[in-house]
Ligand binder design. Structure first.
Ligand code: TYD
Length: 139
């Protein structure tokens, strides 16, 4: 958490079962993603120009997928920032604990699927950026 860096957050290429009638992407716990899933949620109907995120997590790992449309995720470890554009249902950004994230530039109709390692816990959030920076070893 304290020493987590953006370089440990990778875009994973998810398996795709191709068929002329369409594609399927199936994610199996621990096999296709690096953690066990305890919660699934999705963001949708995000109004044009609105941003999401603006926090870090202490324990939570997430895999974030643009299952429809596109958006950008800027991840920040206190020293380095990296912006990833997600626009395909077979790419997922793995975010480890201790990383600040901002989600921006949602296209119309975008759906942001989040696979999460833990159930919802308000105490797992760090919502104050200055507090976040103080907790990081790189300053
Ligand atoms: P938040 O995680 O801050 O949203 P985002 O990062 O997408 O901008 O959550 C927004 C609100 O929804 C907040 O009041 C907590 C609530 N919430 C739940 O009750 N359960 C959940 O699983 C999630 C993700 C959020």
């Amino acid at each position: 958490m304290l020493d987590a860096t953006v370089f440990n957050c990778n875009v994973l290429t998810l398996p795709k079962i191709h068929n002329r009638a369409g594609n399927i992407t199936a994610l199996n716990n621990s096999m296709d993603i690096p953690f066990d899933i305890n919660r699934v949620y999705y963001l949708y109907d995000v109004p044009g120009g609105e941003d999401r995120g603006g926090h870090a997590h202490k324990e939570l790992q997430q895999l974030i997928v643009a299952v429809s449309g596109s958006f950008d995720i800027t991840i920040d470890d206190g020293c380095n920032k990296k912006t990833v554009s997600l626009n395909r249902p077979y790419y997922g950004l793995h975010i480890i604990p201790g990383i600040w994230r901002d989600l921006t530039n949602f296209s119309s109709g975008a759906i942001c699927l989040v696979l999460a390692s833990h159930r919802y816990d308000a105490n797992d959030y760090i919502r104050n950026y200055n507090e976040f920076i103080k907790m990081k070893t790189c300053k």
